[in-house]
Design a protein around this ligand. Structure first.
Ligand code: NDP
Length: 293
């Protein structure tokens, strides 16, 4: 029975996820920049911990939402955390499968459980508690994680053993990247031919080429020139790198995934670590000498 839930990583998506956890469970949060944890507690309740170890010692289950698996391992695989039998680590980071298996094995030696549970649906989905969550792990631990995941997720799918959640997420992210750059190139070319973006999108979104990128991201962020920063391009590039490793290791062809990695890496190099993922389209606009409007 999970009553006390710790949450580590109050970033762009972690903070709205943690808000739902704190609304349902007795919660304790930790964030590297302590001011963010303090302001979270003021707004949403719960307790702020001084260290990640304090969170683990207190909680029945701990949720992590950090940039990569490296930070998860650095913070959670420490004897000072004092993991106990029956405790559960729910990793909502978009991480890599091999690290998930290593963390899962490390915790299993201490009697604790682990599921990788990356999320999809963006900051907007986190705010409304309607994220899609792909869970990798032992079925018993996946069932135990469900009440916690259900506070911020609307669709929760157990996809396989530990690491499978991260694997599915990485493939999804490669598809997102391919859609961003393919749609950006096509719409830039159409703009140069005098076709307004809205007219092109009206057609594409009633046709077989439509995607979340053409239906939502480009109309709401590119055509409006709003460019909100909700999901860093650097994180998308990290995700596509995980997908490329995964596809290569599986012995599948990797031309499309490899191209997606080249495109995200190039855009990240041009735009820096803080740019949003949709801003990758700015690189196409600059090279084409046109704005998608
Ligand atoms: P952010 O960059 O906004 O936040 C990262 C969080 O991790 C912050 O709380 C940051 O703390 C903390 N952090 C960074 N480095 C360290 C470190 N070395 N030690 C301890 N804490 C650290 O990322 P997001 O919230 O956007 O993303 C988190 C995860 O969720 C990523 O894996 C991402 O790919 C995934 N994701 C994000 C989505 C989105 O729309 N944003 C959508 C789906 C998945 P501090 O406040 O001190 O900087």
């Amino acid at each position: 029975m999970i009553a006390k839930v710790g949450f580590i990583g109050l970033g762009a998506i972690g903070r709205p996820m943690a808000k739902h956890v704190a609304g349902t469970f007795d919660a304790m949060v930790w964030n590297r920049t302590p001011e963010r944890a303090r302001s979270f507690v003021e707004e949403h309740g719960g307790k702020a911990a001084a260290t990640p170890e304090e969170v683990v010692r207190w909680a029945d289950a701990v949720v992590t939402c950090l940039p990569t698996s490296r930070e998860v391992r650095q913070l959670m695989e420490r004897d000072a955390c004092g993991w106990r039998s029956g405790q559960l680590l729910i990793d909502c980071t978009s991480g890599d499968p091999a690290s998930a298996r290593a963390t899962g094995a490390w915790l299993a030696e201490r009697g604790a459980g682990f599921v990788d549970a990356p999320v999809s649906g963006g900051v907007a989905g986190a705010e409304t508690g309607t994220l899609t969550i792909m869970v990798g792990g032992d079925p018993d631990w996946a069932v135990r994680a469900r009440p916690v995941l259900g506070t911020f997720g609307a669709k929760i799918v157990h996809v396989g053993p530990v690491g499978a959640g991260h694997a599915v997420k990485a493939v999804n992210q490669a598809l997102l990247a391919i859609n961003i750059f393919a749609a950006g190139e096509g719409l830039a070319a159409l703009a140069k031919l005098g076709v307004p973006a809205q007219s092109a999108l009206d057609v594409i979104n009633g046709s077989s080429g439509r995607s979340n990128v053409t239906e939502n991201l480009i109309p709401q962020r590119v055509v409006t020139r709003a460019w909100p920063r909700t999901f860093r391009l650097a994180l998308l590039d990290k995700d596509v790198g995980i997908a490329l490793d995964l596809v290569k290791e599986a012995g599948a062809p990797f031309e499309a995934t490899g191209l997606a990695k080249h495109l995200t890496e190039t855009a990240r190099g041009a735009l820096g670590e803080e740019a949003d993922h949709v801003e990758g389209i700015k690189v196409i606009e600059q090279r084409a000498g046109v704005e998608i409007r």
